[in-house]
Design a protein around this ligand. Structure first.
Ligand SMILES: C[S@@+](CC[C@H](N)C(=O)[O-])C[C@H]1O[C@@H](n2cnc3c(N)ncnc32)[C@H](O)[C@@H]1O
Length: 399
């Protein structure tokens, strides 16, 4: 059985300290989350993987459900080749609790040194009698290097691939997306919702080169699995968010989403929106939001030629100009309905600001609101009646 999740050893205090000090990437995606997302691409295009080379570049089959899922469905998807590469234990930021699997140690090519310093590659290829291909046909060997996706060795595999799928290290998300797109590849991957606002990612979303996947993790959070050694009582104090079951740590991570450039049906589903008048009449929660800003419904920003829309479901169907909407709008974004024209942020990267505040104005406003010295950074967001609103994406209707 090669699919064992790593079992941890006892957590000594120094290990706990290291876990806290290092941003660790050693969390593994659950099988059913992968299945739920991939089903959407298959429903939209049953041949999406047919005759394709799929690369899973951060996936050790011993514990990656991506490898397991794609290997098990190799025949059904009509894959040409599945390549899965793993990152060497010694190169990982977080090494605590790793145990070698029997899959590796009982294989004649097992090398105790390489096992620590080298990545591994696993390959499954289409054969003449493809009805028999499954996980047991995975062939493996040690890579020359440590399996870093940025190495020339893994870049070569990327260039060979048609589609790249994985949950990459969140700490390298920007680099990972750039790495995929510089080779012009299709991908399905996981990242933090905040990544949308990165200056390297947002322009791609604006240009419809990257979009969100079809599913949101239940309750907006993904459950990842890891070694119990990763348990951090400070970060994971709520037992609903983190618990250990059968020797595996389950950790609920908020704000995690799928990112992709492969089409799926959800992004073409029409959104049912009400007119501005109906929203004001029936959508009670927006009135509270506008009252907090001491404003009439749907005010224009002081610093953008756009109106403030505090919830994605409160977008007025009859407004034809630019609207500022929360980033969660992208979960429902249908490019046939709206165009993304920019984002409210400090620099005027999208040429949409109508006013830039001086340092003096920001200081004055801080004193007015908080009654003490400070700076209220009015240039960082949309402003209504001198109040900053949350992060907003600027959109306008297609027609
Ligand atoms: C968030 S985990 C996800 C693992 C797996 N893809 C899954 O979803 O179950 C990211 C993995 O990438 C590995 N990793 C970190 N840096 C890497 C790099 N530069 N190149 C390749 N893999 C890396 C980590 O060791 C970790 O196993």
């Amino acid at each position: 059985m090669i699919f064992t999740i790593l079992r941890g050893l006892g957590m000594a205090n120094d290990k706990l300290q290291r876990a806290k000090d290092q941003k660790n990437d050693e969390f593994y995606t659950q099988y059913f989350d992968i299945e739920a997302e991939i089903n959407n691409y298959l429903e939209y295009n049953p041949d999406v993987f047919r005759d394709k080379v799929v690369l899973l570049p951060c996936d050790d089959p011993e514990w990656s459900n991506f490898t397991k899922y794609f290997a098990q469905n190799f025949v059904r998807f009509g894959l040409k080749k599945l390549i899965s590469t793993s990152y060497a234990i010694e190169s990982k930021k977080y090494k605590v609790g790793f145990q070698l699997s029997l899959f590796e140690t009982e294989d004649p090519q097992y090398d105790p040194d390489k096992s620590k310093t080298n990545g591994k590659i696993f390959i499954l290829e289409k054969k003449d009698d493809c009805s028999k291909i499954d996980i047991n046909n995975l062939e493996w060997y040690y890579l020359e290097g440590d399996g870093d996706f940025r190495s020339d060795e893994v870049k070569k595999l990327r260039d060979e691939a048609d589609i790249i799928v994985t949950n990459p290290p969140f700490t390298l998300f920007k680099e990972f997306i750039a790495w995929i797109l510089e080779a012009n590849k299709k991908f399905i991957t996981i990242g933090n919702l905040n990544a949308i606002t990165y200056k390297e990612i947002f322009p791609l979303i604006m240009q419809n080169k990257v979009w969100l996947g079809a599913t949101t993790f239940t309750g907006g959070a993904a459950f990842f699995m890891g070694s119990p050694d990763l348990y951090d009582p400070e970060k994971m104090s709520d037992p609903k968010h983190a618990y250990i079951k059968n020797g595996i740590l389950y950790w609920r991570v908020n704000g995690v989403r799928w990112f992709t450039n492969i089409d799926h049906g959800r992004r073409h589903e029409p959104n049912s929106l009400m007119t501005m008048a109906d929203n004001v009449k029936f959508n009670k929660k927006i009135l509270k939001k506008f009252a907090e800003l001491e404003s009439e419904p749907y005010p224009k920003y002081d610093n953008y030629d756009a109106i403030e829309v505090p919830y994605a479901d409160a977008i007025p169907s009859d407004y034809k100009g630019i609207m500022g909407v929360p980033i969660s709008f992208l979960e429902k974004h249908n490019p046939d309905e709206f165009v993304i024209v920019g984002m409210c942020e400090n620099m005027d990267l999208y040429g949409l600001k109508t006013r830039v505040y001086s340092t003096e104005e920001c200081r004055k406003r801080y004193r007015e609101i908080f009654g003490k010295p400070g700076t209220y950074d009015l240039n960082a967001s949309g402003v209504v009646n001198g109040y900053k609103v949350y992060q907003r994406i600027l959109i306008k209707p297609v027609r």
